[in-house]
Write a protein that binds this ligand. Structure first.
Ligand code: HMG
Length: 449
């Protein structure tokens, strides 16, 4: 059976930037290091006034199709993953296909289109759907386009405000992929949770501190489930471990738990025992409180060991480089993490073909999914095509007043002022833009040369 996986990827960032230490922190009266060191973020991306989930998704997909020399007839399926949708019936994929049909002669008339929702997990689930569609032989030789696109905005003054972001990741899922193939084995950790939700509202209701605990718990369950089918994981099995990254500080926590799990009952645990003792085992304690206290102490020690720090710097930190500059993109976030890692390897001239990644996706509500990927021989060429560095570099740097205005422009509950004219901060070029509303309340788009 042939391999199936990600053949190519393209990333589109929202064209505005909110600088967290220099613009956001002073306005909030916070220490800039809360953001840079605590959360691990330097900046967030925002959509300009003419950008939304459709334009960002269509622009990422358009660039991908251009790099790959694809026409609409090559695509048998378009799935959009988003938690920022504006229509309960018409899927965003139809809008994106409509945009793309403006610049291509052919049409996506025979492509199956849909929209996937499970908070930030839906991007990975859409890849899954595409994988299954191809594996079942229903694809007729065609590829699937998976587009994860979100405007991850929080209400102003919500603690989540510092973790906002906006952008889209477009991925081509094909047989014999050039970037990574996906493992058949998967693990899930899933439970009915209310850590983060948007009950018919634009901005999320978030129990921030709890959401961190729910993320860790579901990720642990998913890893155990994965190991149940794929066998035990070890710290040296994977070149990189990209996680869903709401903010890099979250991944710092998850990585430490993962490492502790992977070294348990191995020679590495024995090697570290002289320095920090062995891992506390629950059965050795009279109360849960004592066990948890011992665990905290062990984790504090583990975090400081050279072995852990070297592993983290090599396997996890490279997954965070894009996220640090753009914030949380919800459905696109874990796919940014994979791209960051591969981009770092490319820049370091590292030989990666045949190496494996362990990918940990998560969506509030809540579910984690873990699977492995194998880097393919064509990966370098595909990563060389990425344009995200230029996208990050060219963003317009908002001052705080401008940030508030742009946040209002994208707030569905606030009418735009004056005669409907709203200010743009950047000039669109060779891209799709929002072009107002149609008679049925639909959104309209055009391509700006
Ligand atoms: P907060 O309560 O304002 O921040 O918001 P804090 O006080 O907890 O500080 C954050 C970290 O900075 C802490 O580090 C502080 O110690 C540190 P920690 O102790 O956790 O390691 N800190 C500093 N460090 C250095 N110098 C300083 C300083 N000050 C503080 N001066 C919170 C944090 C996560 C609650 C907030 O950002 C939030 O609500 N975010 C939104 C929810 C979220 O992202 N949750 C993550 C897990 S859920 C998830 O990933 C799903 C999601 O993507 C949605 C989906 O699936 O659709 C969100």
């Amino acid at each position: 059976m042939t391999d199936v996986g990600i053949d190519a990827i393209e990333i589109w960032t929202g064209k505005l930037k909110l600088d967290l230490p220099n613009t956001f922190a002073p306005a909030k009266g916070e220490d800039p290091e809360k953001y840079t060191k605590g959360l691990g973020l330097n900046a967030s991306s925002f959509p300009d006034t003419y950008e939304d989930i459709v334009t960002m998704g269509a622009n990422a997909a358009h660039r991908l199709m251009e790099h790959e020399g694809l026409t609409p007839e090559d695509i048998g399926r378009i799935d959009v993953a988003t938690e920022s949708s504006f229509d309960n019936s018409k899927p965003v994929s139809t809008y994106i296909a409509g945009c793309l049909e403006r610049v291509y002669e052919g049409k996506f008339s025979h492509a199956n289109k849909g929209e996937r929702k499970f908070a930030c997990l839906a991007g990975t689930q859409s890849i899954d759907d595409a994988y299954n569609w191809i594996k079942s032989g229903r694809n007729r030789g065609r590829s699937a386009l998976v587009i994860a696109t979100d405007t991850a905005l929080y209400a102003r003054n919500d603690p989540g405000e510092a973790t906002q972001g906006a952008g889209a990741v477009a991925m081509l899922i094909s047989e014999d992929p050039d970037l990574v193939s996906l493992s058949t084995e998967q693990g899930y950790g899933s439970a009915d949770e209310t850590d983060f939700l948007k009950p018919n509202q634009q901005f999320p209701s978030v129990d921030g501190k709890r959401s961190v605990q729910v993320y860790l718990a579901r990720m642990r369950e998913a890893l155990e489930d994965f190991e149940g089918v794929a066998g035990r994981t070890h710290t040296d099995d994977f070149a990189y471990i990209p996680f869903h990254t709401p903010f890099p500080g979250m991944v710092r926590k998850a990585a430490l738990f993962g490492y502790r799990h992977m070294i348990r009952d191995t020679s590495m645990e024995d090697d570290l025992a002289g320095e920090i003792g062995r891992q506390p085992r629950e059965e050795a304690f009279d109360s849960e409180g004592d066990f948890e206290e011992a665990l905290r102490e062990y984790m504090d020690g583990l975090k400081r060991t050279d072995a852990y720090q070297e592993w983290y710097a090599r396997v996890v930190d490279p997954t965070l480089t894009i996220s640090r500059e753009v914030g949380n993109w919800y459905t696109g976030s874990v796919h940014l993490a994979r791209a960051s890692a591969l981009k770092t390897a490319f820049e370091e001239g590292r030989e990666l073909a045949g190496e494996r990644l362990l990918v940990g996706s998560y969506g509030s509500g809540a579910q984690a999914e873990i699977h492995a990927e194998t880097v393919q021989p064509g990966w370098e060429e595909k990563i060389a095509d990425l344009t995200i560095d230029e996208g990050i570099e060219r963003r317009y740097d908002l001052d705080y007043d401008e940030y508030e205005r742009v946040h209002d422009v994208h707030n569905h509950d606030i009418e735009s002022d004056g005669d409907g004219e709203i200010e743009e901060f950047t000039a669109p070029e060779s891209e799709f833009v929002f072009d107002g509303w149609g008679r049925m309340g639909e959104r309209k788009y055009r391509f700006v040369e």
